[in-house]
Design a protein around this ligand. Sequence first.
Ligand code: FAD
Ligand code: PHB
Length: 337
Amino acid sequence: MRTPVGIIGAGPAGLFLSLLLQREGIASVVLEVHSRKYLEERIRAGVLEQGTVDLMHELGVGERLKKQGLEHGGIELRFGGRGHRIDFRELTGGKCVTIYAQHEVLKDLIAAKLAANEPIIFETENVSVHNLESAAPAIHFRANGISEKLECDFIAGCDGFHGICRPSIPASALQIYDRDYPFAWLGILAQAPPSSHELIYAYHQRGFALFSMRSPKISRLYLQCAPDEDIAAWPDERIWKELGNRLETTAGWKLTEGPVIQKGVTGMRSFVTEPMQFGKLFLAGDAAHIVPPTGAKGLNLAVADVRVLARALREFYTNGRRSVCGECGRCSGFPGG
Ligand code: FAD
Ligand code: PHB
């Protein structure tokens, strides 16, 4: 098998990259270790920044987002019983964030790829990358019990924090900046209509709490907890009571409760690796960097990375350029040059 760009990972980074390349007439093959069903059901991010929303529309995959996405023009920061609204639209010249679950984004991207007859190979096994510093890099993998070799011009390592691409780069070629925080988030998804139109970030002596949502019927809530918190010690009643303690500090404001349909503990970590390129392998998204979920940034950063990578690949295939400015995407200078 041969393709110009072999993409490892069908998360936001890999799928947005393949659609951006498709728009430029550059073919790619996406390899994914999980099944389509798993990707389309896994609960992760929910806050899309304006740039991500705009890109979905540009790529023609924004139809469901337009109908189902919840636009938020601001957030509330709650301290000592008082709410302080941060008006995004006013502060950013009209931009807002949109609540639309990551797995819904993936459904839209996967449907668009398959409709264009561009391959995504799900449930691949034993994925490994080879000859990264040569003119003929390759990906080896198994699919449907058969060993395959995919020869490429370039490999995009979009395989998330636990993927194989970053560890395939010699440690001596990478500089890593890493920080683990001494707390985590206990997150729940509940069948409960949102109690507030916008997100609430609450500071409380018992710890931080966040009220968020996924749809008009589903709330998403988080409690700050210990990194080794035992989820078994948190029956639903205890979670709701603690959320109430930390969030119901504003007089008259009541949290709407409902059946908890998912719960889990997410660690807080910052991690950045540089450079993001080794020979013909380019890292993008969580494979290269992760930020704690507090910032609601990871998906949006993954999208920002692959926009730059897609522009660079377009310059290579159309003009033969080997470097491209990360700012304007047109001149052949380095970022800032
Ligand atoms: P991933 O989504 O991790 O995708 C990588 C893909 O590669 C996966 O599908 C994986 O199965 C596949 N893969 C891995 N190894 C291999 C292999 N060997 N071969 C083939 N495939 C492989 N971000 C936001 O922007 N907004 C938010 O509101 C937000 N909230 C969050 C809340 C929580 C609780 C968490 C945990 C994260 C949140 N994030 C948020 C972060 C966001 O989910 C990630 O940053 C985003 O998924 C990164 O996308 P990615 O494509 O780089 O990596
Ligand atoms: C979420 O809904 O998952 C979410 C919202 C805001 C954040 C982080 C996560 O800052």
